[in-house]
Design a binder for this molecule. Sequence first.
Ligand SMILES: C[S@@+](CC[C@H](N)C(=O)[O-])C[C@H]1O[C@@H](n2cnc3c(N)ncnc32)[C@H](O)[C@@H]1O
Length: 258
Amino acid sequence: MAHEHEHDARERRFREGDREAWEREVDPRELFEPAKRDIYNFIDETKVRYLRPMLPAAGSAVEIGAGSGRLLVRLGLERPYRLVALDYAVYAMRAVRENARRAGRDVRLALGDARALPFADASFDVVLSGGLLEHFRDVGPVVAEMARVLRPKGLFYADIVPRKVSLYRWAERERMQRTEHLYEGVYESDLSKGAWSGALRRAGLRDVRVISAGVYPPYTLPRYERLTWRYGSFLRSLDGTAVADVLGFFYMATARKP
Ligand SMILES: C[S@@+](CC[C@H](N)C(=O)[O-])C[C@H]1O[C@@H](n2cnc3c(N)ncnc32)[C@H](O)[C@@H]1O
């Protein structure tokens, strides 16, 4: 019980939605440098390949909790979208501005909260987030907001890193097994794929599909990035399979607004 008390006190201090917990310097590794064969580019390319056949031909795209905005600028290189990046942390504004410059695309910056988006209903053809949704204890309000600002027939995309054991994060398996749901002061959700699908449907989204992906060598292995690129097509072929359900480290969720 004493342990639970301590845990509760920490959770109160570092609630999800605590902007201060996210504020930091821009990490040079999150800057857009597409020729680099690092894990970030491998993952970003994986997501773009997955989304390519579903992307609307034109219109506007917004990334919620954009962080570096790397996926957003990649989508902007795929299609002539008007791009908007929203985050509530100032570091993200700096990172997105730099990545937009590097990609040669204009991105409108919006400082705001994912739980109360400063956009009109039905204003975007693509609404996406990466590594955002797992940080809310109650994901309903955020998904509802994302669905609200999506145009009918628009594409919803979110990738989610669930708090579960994966090959890539093998070194963290003990931490994952403990009751501790906090990592660097940020809540982590352990919702299943099915629970995520349910949350998207409850927000009125349809054609919901959630797949497991990211069976990569443990990041503690000295040459893990080289290995990932070298065996990339095999590793990507595991996305969406039962192997990825067990060993993959992220989910990719897509849906349409009716
Ligand atoms: C793990 S990072 C996203 C990483 C991003 N996809 C990238 O590639 O850099 C999560 C981001 O969500 C932002 N965030 C968390 N909660 C938020 C909220 N309630 N409103 C807006 N942004 C939020 C954080 O500031 C952080 O930049």
